[in-house]
Ligand binder design. Structure first.
Ligand code: UDP
Length: 343
């Protein structure tokens, strides 16, 4: 599909000229319904003297993304006002159209007020683990493996019960700036330990430990690439790896009854620019007013909620809106978990 950036530049520079900068962006984004109305938004006549291309770009992306898009535009174009762009920065209008178009491409991939990022769950990714899954949620990619050991921690010995635990780690090149391996620091990273414990608690809610018998399943979650929501993706992908490991125990005759009592998944939601948003990527996670990770069972019950007001404290009403969004996101993830298990 041709980018909005390319289309907008082509429309804006067409001879004879039919569209102003704002109209070029709307037409390129497929928003013909806005073209007539934007006839008066070119040449510095847009609201607050904004660059018309920027004004139109903000109109075609989701409300949650408008301020982030404006900040990006200011960084790339040097200003947001039409007059400043022309007289101070001296940026040609076609460049402003190109920048605005590229930002529409960046932000318009989904509507964060209702859509998840693109999620794929690939099973049997590596060979040795009983369950091995790569979950890709936008640009967050996590390898989740499940390994079975015929032993339990000392506190469960001779109890007849099994154990499910998890470890989490980010690969050095999973982040924009290289992250040292934890072994180099000589002690586990506090964030990784905390996330590993969250994943373990979440996945223990999925399993009847008596039915599992005296064995331990360890879910290792290694972040290959991080773009926000790695702990939630680890839970959703880890659940599929866990289910595959249990299927193998049943196929090998080591279990007669399936110990899985619930499938679980997790999603992050937050308030971005005052609007409840689903499945935060890094740029939204790092600027969100509220960040809430919600672990749920496939039948719609809550396992754990981890929420913080990073900037502004949130109201009961906002919490309810976020919970409703998380219910929707987790229902979609539960459907994807079942769908990938059919292959
Ligand atoms: N992040 C990073 N380096 C770190 C920790 C986090 O680049 O050492 C980024 C990464 O994109 C991660 C995001 O910040 O996904 C959010 O981190 P957070 O601790 O909120 O956990 P997550 O949202 O991944 O569960």
């Amino acid at each position: 599909m041709e980018s909005v950036e390319k289309k907008a530049v082509a429309i804006f520079t067409a001879v004879p000229k039919q569209h102003n900068c704002a109209q070029a962006i709307a037409a390129a984004a497929g928003r013909e319904d806005l073209v007539a109305e934007l006839a008066s938004a070119g040449g510095g006549r847009a609201e607050a003297g904004l660059c018309g291309a920027l004004y139109a770009a903000m109109a075609v992306v989701s409300e949650c993304d408008r301020q982030a898009l404006k900040r990006d535009f200011e960084q790339l174009a040097g200003a947001v006002g039409c007059r400043d762009i022309k007289s101070q920065v001296k940026l040609p209008c076609v460049e402003a159209v190109r920048i605005a178009g590229s930002l529409v491409d960046k932000y318009r991939t989904r509507d964060m007020s209702k859509d998840l990022r693109k999620v794929t769950i690939e099973r049997n990714f590596t060979k040795y683990a009983a369950g091995s899954v790569v979950i890709r949620q936008g640009d967050t990619w996590v390898l989740c493996t499940a390994s079975v050991e015929e032993k339990v921690p000392p506190f469960l010995r001779d109890s007849g019960q099994g154990w499910v635990t998890a470890e989490y780690s980010m690969l050095p090149s999973s982040t924009l700036q290289r992250k040292d391996r934890e072994i180099k620091k000589g002690k586990p990273d506090a964030r990784s330990s905390e996330i590993g414990r969250l994943i373990g608690r979440a996945l223990r809610a999925a399993v009847d430990m008596k039915k599992l018998g005296e064995r331990t399943i360890t879910i290792d979650c290694d972040v290959l690439q991080a773009d926000g929501g790695t702990r939630c993706a680890s839970i959703t992908g880890g659940m599929v790896a866990l289910a595959d490991a249990i299927d193998k125990l049943i196929a090998d005759g080591k279990l007669t009854e399936n110990p899985i009592c619930n499938f679980v998944s997790a999603i992050s939601v937050g308030i971005c620019n005052g609007i409840p948003a689903l499945d935060l990527d890094y740029i939204h996670d790092s600027t969100a007013d509220v960040d809430l990770n919600v672990v749920m069972t496939a039948d719609g019950r809550f396992v754990e909620l981890q929420g913080t007001a990073e900037h502004e404290p949130f109201t009961d009403e906002q919490l309810n809106a976020l919970k409703a969004l998380a219910v929707k996101g987790n229902a979609e993830l539960a459907r994807l978990q079942q769908e990938c298990r059919k292959n």
